[in-house]
Design a protein around this ligand. Structure first.
Ligand code: PMP
Length: 441
């Protein structure tokens, strides 16, 4: 569908810019991540894999799939029916909702090594809960980590007094402004597939380590022996091993990716896919660690609402029934193969990465962020929300993938043509894509 008019969408964006510092509550949904001035930052409606902006323009969403939250698709009929039914019975009262017990049972059934569960409502928050539990369980302060784990003080402390320790871990330039300087030296980064980097932390700080935190998998596959060595090193110093499943969970299997990889943590943390867009997160773990949640004070009113657990129960049951991960993987593999073929056909160097359901690519061109913005623009003009990331949803069809790749073919050929002729920047209606963390101008 051709975009006719997008004035209302952009008018709202200008209002937001003045009213909401940074425009969005989530960096990944800021329009400058795509192309400011072109990307339609707001939706009026979403269903399946389709999204409508504020002007009523309709798009097939082949981009970030609700940044990984809506694993089944927008307005999934089964999840939404369960939520509507819960609303009809009331979602909050002075008493607790029984569904949280049911969900705790189901999560422990899916992850037989885990005995107990605490719930939150967002990913970063659940990781903060997990870190607090690990610190309470061990009586230690320091945390070794690999990868991105949210916005909380315990994590951003890694950038205190360092040049950009977090730069290697998904988002560069995260400023620790507002994080107490006293936390400097409490969050120690190591690298994925580099057990030696963890070993040197364990050698120097092992007796002070409360936790080792990492995603079991994200951009690259674990090399042989890496995950085992992480387990051994963590055990050797008595720290708690925490698997961050916020993004990787419910993609490769029905539950944590660690299950598919034979990696057994002490604690695992879920959010995003768990509620298919409804806020819910879970910290699951071995009883001896989780009991420490009672030593500390970990408590919040909205962690008791009924919608989160109801949505999670419906999501998991559908995911399990449909074996949704096989479809997520098929879609992602087709997209990755398609990108590779387009790169070859058009003679553009591209780097493709990520596990199939969380795929991404990068243009290997002199100005990759201009090329990305032009790609976003060319795909929008053909009715697709698309960037260099594709997170698959169960609602995506193989026909969506085929149509997307036809449009991407055209976009790649136009990128090559523009790069050779007047230059890509001449063709941009918006701004080049932003990378890393920066203030919104
Ligand atoms: N951990 C990982 C691995 C993530 O990918 C994210 C979100 N991108 C988070 C933690 C933070 O979760 P949230 O945005 O829900 O706070």
């Amino acid at each position: 569908m051709k975009i006719k008019d997008i004035s209302q969408t952009f008018a709202l964006q200008e209002r937001a810019k003045a009213r909401i510092p940074g425009l969005s509550q989530l960096l990944s949904k800021r329009p400058d991540r795509f192309s400011y001035g072109v990307w339609p930052g707001y939706f009026s409606r979403a269903e399946g894999a389709r999204v409508w902006d504020m002007d009523g323009n309709e798009y097939i969403d082949m981009s970030i799939g609700g940044i990984g939250a809506t694993v089944l698709g927008y307005q999934d009929p089964d999840v939404d029916a369960a939520v509507h039914e819960a609303i009809s019975r009331g979602v909050a009262s002075s008493l607790n909702c029984p569904e949280e017990v049911e969900l705790a049972d189901l999560l422990c059934e899916l992850h037989p090594w885990a005995d107990m569960v605490r719930f939150g409502r967002s990913g970063g928050e659940a990781l903060a809960i997990a870190v607090r539990i690990a610190r309470a369980a061990t009586g230690r302060d320091k945390v070794a980590f690999c990868g991105y784990h949210g916005w909380y003080d315990w994590y951003l402390a890694a950038n205190l007094g360092t040049e950009n320790a977090l730069g290697e871990h998904l988002i560069s330039g995260l400023d620790p402004a507002g994080v107490p300087k006293a936390l400097a030296g409490t969050a120690l980064p190591f690298s994925y597939n580099d057990a030696d980097s963890l070993e040197s932390i364990v050698n120097n700080h092992g007796h002070e380590l409360a936790a080792v935190i990492m995603e079991p998998i994200r951009s690259s596959l674990p090399e042989a022996g890496f995950l085992n060595r992480v387990c051994e090193l963590t055990e050797s110093c008595g720290a708690v091993l925490i698997a961050d499943e916020v993004s990787a969970g419910f993609r490769l299997t029905c539950g944590g990716a660690h299950m598919a990889l034979g990696f057994e943590p002490d604690v695992a943390v879920f959010s995003k896919a768990l509620g298919n867009g409804y806020p819910v997160s879970a910290v699951i773990g071995r009883a001896e660690v989780m009991e420490a949640a009672q030593k500390s004070f970990i408590s919040s009113t909205n962690w008791t609402d009924r919608i989160g657990p109801v949505a999670a129960l419906a999501m998991i049951r559908k995911f399990r029934r449909e074996e949704a991960h096989t479809h997520l993987i098929d879609l992602g593999e087709s997209i990755q193969k398609g990108w590779q073929q387009l790169g070859q056909r058009h003679g553009i160097g591209i780097h493709v990465g990520g596990i199939a359901p969380l795929s991404h690519f990068a243009f290997e061109l002199p100005n990759p962020l201009e090329a990305k913005a032009y790609y976003v623009q060319l795909m929008l003009d053909q009715g697709f929300l698309a960037s260099t990331i594709f997170y698959s949803m169960y609602a995506h069809t193989l026909a969506n993938v085929e149509a997307y790749l036809v449009a991407a073919d055209l976009a790649f050929s136009e990128i090559v043509r523009a790069a050779k002729a007047e230059g890509i920047s001449e063709r941009l209606r918006g701004e080049p894509s932003a990378s890393g963390f920066k203030r919104l101008a």
